[in-house]
Design a protein around this ligand. Structure first.
Ligand code: AGP
Length: 370
């Protein structure tokens, strides 16, 4: 087992460090052209269907759902196709309106999650075209879909998904860029720029992993005894906050909540007292100023602000107690970087609490029951 961990103390830490490769492999040949995206053989899902599709519905669970949320922002912004999101376990019980003009995207790293499979089947029976995004060849989801887009993260053993998450996010970006290319919704130069920027992300993740862990360890040492962490984000930072909160509760058993920062004053602000750690996903974006004013509201309540910010932007210095900087990229791609310190924070806190991060209590890697 030590050999399988490749010198790392746990599978999860190994998998966190395999993320540059997971992203690079997922985008590799698909972005080789540089001017567009090749998704390869998507089975029955052809370019004409993708060009004319009227609506996309994403169904998934847990971390895969968070990857879908990020994809929604990218597809709507770049390709101008409306995207609906559904938690797979809820989807089939609300008699959803879905049919032949819809593309339903089921995201499941294992390809065996019962709720996601059931949601996809229902959509297909209703006449929708179904695309599966999965990390496992030959998994059930590949048999139940009209087409498959594989992530190439390699086998993930840790119960908490890390490298499969960034690979799913990369796959959703590829889908968004392909749709934009087919529909002509982005100028060619912008498309080229986004692809070039996406190709630079694995190198930036590697650089971040090399130096970011020390900063995170110091933060973890300060807060690992806390009973509650709040995570905040806006726009594309919101799914990152949701994912960071899920990671921490899964492996450290600390209660977490994740909120759209603008919702704070509608309730969750009541939870804050002196020194509550509040993790803010504050990478550069058109809504950063709005987020900063939300951070100020938090801070006057005495909470302790930990910000994930873009390197080179010093604006957060005066608003946060601790900052982890992530390399700059196109702001829409920032989730691939911003999630890394949150995975590491969950990891370091759980380790300081002496927990088994690879096999957290009550959780299974694959949930094959409803
Ligand atoms: C992630 O850390 C969790 N273990 C869990 O939320 C997981 O993402 C969910 O069960 C979905 O799994 P899937 O991607 O294999 O369908």
């Amino acid at each position: 087992e030590t050999a399988e961990k490749g010198g790392y103390e746990t599978f999860m830490l190994k998998e966190i460090h395999e993320q540059p490769q997971a992203i690079a492999e997922t985008i590799a040949d698909r972005t080789a052209r540089g001017v567009g995206v090749d998704l390869g053989d998507l089975g029955a899902i052809d370019d004409a269907f993708l060009r004319d599709v009227r609506r996309i519905v994403v169904v998934a669970c847990g971390t895969s759902y968070h990857a879908g949320l990020i994809g929604r922002y990218a597809i709507e912004r770049w390709a101008r196709v409306p995207v609906e999101m559904d938690i797979a376990s809820e989807y089939r019980y609300r008699d959803p309106v879905v049919g032949p003009y819809d593309l339903v995207v089921g995201i499941s790293q294992s390809g065996e999650t019962a709720d996601t499979l059931a949601a996809m089947r229902l959509a297909r029976e209703s006449g929708a075209t179904v695309l599966a995004i999965t990390n496992v060849m030959g998994s059930q989801v590949t048999r139940d879909a009209d087409g498959v887009l594989f992530t190439r993260a390699g086998l993930e053993i840790g119960v908490a998904a890390t490298k499969t998450f960034v690979a799913q996010v990369a796959a959703m970006y590829l889908l968004a860029l392909r749709l934009a290319e087919l529909r002509g919704t982005l100028p060619a130069a912008r498309l080229r720029e986004l692809i070039a920027e996406l190709k630079r992300v694995p190198g930036s993740v590697a650089a971040l992993l090399e130096r970011g862990d020390d900063d995170v360890q110091a933060i973890a040492r300060r807060h690992y005894k806390a009973e509650f962490f709040l995570y905040l984000g806006r726009h594309i930072g919101l799914p990152v906050a949701l994912e960071g909160a899920l990671k921490l509760k899964e492996i450290s058993y600390i209660a977490t909540d994740a909120y759209a920062a603008g919702e704070m004053k509608h309730g969750p602000i009541a939870l804050l007292d002196d020194d509550t750690p509040v993790v803010c996903v504050a990478t550069d974006s058109p809504v950063l100023e709005k987020l900063i004013s939300n951070i100020q509201e938090v801070r006057v309540r005495g909470a302790h602000v930990i910000a994930v910010a873009t390197a080179g932007n010093d604006e957060l210095q005066e608003h946060a107690d601790e900052i982890v900087a992530v390399p700059a990229t196109d702001w829409m791609l920032a989730p691939l970087l911003a999630v890394i310190p949150l995975q590491l924070l969950a990891y370091r806190v759980a380790r300081l609490r002496g927990l088994d991060v690879d096999q957290p209590r009550n959780l299974a890697k694959t949930v094959t029951v409803e």
